[in-house]
Design a protein around this ligand. Structure first.
Ligand SMILES: *Cc1c(COP(=O)(O)O)cnc(C)c1O
Length: 296
């Protein structure tokens, strides 16, 4: 069975008075439409690792994540679709939630582990699957050079030039892929990363690890809203307004923070009139389910 999905990720313009006033054109690349579960950057990051697993006759994907991890969920569905078994090693004590329910429904075996042991993923893999010759290690969040290679293909799909491109950053793999893709295509689009964690400057080291050539890019580290998985009433209000006026679902963990940043920067005249901006919708809308209570 071929490991491939036909990519459906149209570019769509976002209309807003703010953008008209500032003379900006803002577009979204709808990677969230690639697949309902294996969505967005998670499919792009998994594509080449899965091909490698297949080439090495590995039949069992083993990966890692928190209890609300979009990556665990995407891996469970990709494993089911492409004929792998899957195990998710989950950080923290046993819990049940919508994400883990969907992981299990896709056949993923879950192993909960305390936060201390979780830090050493190689040791955990060895402990549980050291004797399983068919087990294939995929790092937390799909972070890898092969992951970045998959993401870089997003740039090949663009049919128009943009002045700016934005994405939300967790491990930085997606950012690295986009930056590499821009470099390969000789585009001088300015890349902007929105770290969703506190003290996001550390991501420079992570991103640079995956780049073949040094690159200039910007990280806007003030849009974490308190840290990973944290949110504020202001961000929730923004998401309600955005979703109800565009029909594009975003979540408070990743794409909500990115979109907020674009609107905020636009309102502060960060861009030049006439600029064309592309926001990458990296998917992950199931993250909303873990935050329902905040929307009351
Ligand atoms: C995982 C995820 C990210 C972060 O991607 P990295 O490659 O880890 O930086 C961004 N957006 C969404 C929706 C995600 O699920």
């Amino acid at each position: 069975m071929n490991i491939d999905l036909e990519i459906y990720s149209p570019v769509q313009q976002l209309h807003d008075e703010l953008f008209d006033e500032r003379g900006l054109q803002v577009f979204v690349k709808r990677d969230d439409l690639i697949h309902p579960i294996i969505s967005g950057n998670k499919w792009r990051k998994l594509k080449y690792p899965l091909k490698q697993a297949r080439a090495e006759n590995k039949t069992h994907l083993v990966t890692f994540g928190g209890a609300y991890s979009n990556h665990l969920l995407a891996t469970s569905a990709a494993a089911a679709q492409f004929g792998f078994r899957s195990t998710g090693i989950v950080r923290g004590e046993e819990v049940s939630n919508d994400t883990l329910f969907l992981c299990r429904l896709h056949g993923m075996n879950l192993i909960f582990t305390d936060r201390g042991s979780y830090r050493d993923k190689a040791a955990l893999f060895d402990e549980h699957f050291g004797n399983d010759p068919e087990a294939f290690f995929i790092d937390e969040g799909g972070a890898s050079a092969l992951g970045a290679k998959g993401v870089s293909e997003l740039i090949d799909e663009l049919t128009e030039p943009y002045d700016h491109i934005f994405c939300a950053c967790g491990t930085g793999t997606t950012a690295a892929g986009i930056i590499s893709g821009l470099h390969t295509q000789h585009l001088n689009t300015q890349f902007h990363g929105i770290p969703v964690l506190k003290n996001g400057e550390f991501l420079r080291t992570e991103i640079d690890k995956y780049l073949n050539a040094p690159a200039e890019y910007r990280l806007h580290t003030d849009y974490h809203f308190g840290g990973y998985g944290k949110t504020t009433d202001g961000l929730i209000q923004f998401i309600k307004r955005f979703v109800s006026s565009t029909g594009v679902l975003i979540d408070p963990v990743y794409t909500g923070k990115m979109m907020y940043a674009i609107y905020d920067l636009a309102s502060k005249n960060y861009f030049r009139p006439g600029d064309k901006i592309l926001a990458v919708h990296t998917g992950g809308i199931w993250g909303l389910l873990g935050m329902k209570d905040r929307f009351k």
